[in-house]
Design a protein around this ligand. Structure first.
Ligand code: DQA
Length: 142
């Protein structure tokens, strides 16, 4: 049976491709989802892809993952820098977590340098564009 990986995306990532393309690139979140589904299929993984602009919706999806997912790939977007609620939810999840950022948050404004989620994540990928999501999938395929 293939392993199910939850791929969770935080606020404003629904606008990927239109939003500050000089920082986040021109690919849409739907493009990322397609590439991930293709790669997952070739690695005997399955992905559940989810985006929300609401913190509570992300918390509830993490609770759902507790029962269903072998791992979580999460780009918490702006909530990385503010959300103890998302960190607490991830701390109730027993399987590995990989945090992804499209941009290199350490090269940007000081307020982006700290992520609450990083203290829970097995690994963090930042600054490699949307390729980071696919590399995170490789981790789960190993
Ligand atoms: C982001 C970086 C965050 O600082 C920002 O708030 C985002 C996207 C990234 O993928 O580079 O919305 O997580």
């Amino acid at each position: 049976m293939s392993k199910l990986i939850y791929v969770l995306n935080g606020p404003n990532l629904n606008l990927l491709g239109k939003r500050q393309p000089e920082i986040y690139g021109s690919e849409t979140l739907a493009d990322v989802e397609t590439r991930m589904r293709e790669k997952a299929a070739s690695k005997s993984l399955e992905v559940e892809f989810f985006q929300s602009n609401y913190e509570g919706a992300l918390v509830e999806k993490i609770h759902e993952a507790r029962e269903k997912a072998a791992g979580i790939i999460i780009n918490p977007a702006a909530y990385s820098h503010t959300s103890v609620a998302i960190l607490d939810a991830l701390n109730t999840f027993d399987n590995p977590v990989v945090e992804v950022h499209i941009s290199n948050i350490h090269k940007r404004e000081g307020f982006r340098h700290h992520s609450y989620v990083s203290s829970r994540a097995e690994g963090v990928i930042a600054g490699l564009g949307t390729l980071g999501y696919l590399l995170a999938l490789d981790y789960f395929a190993e």
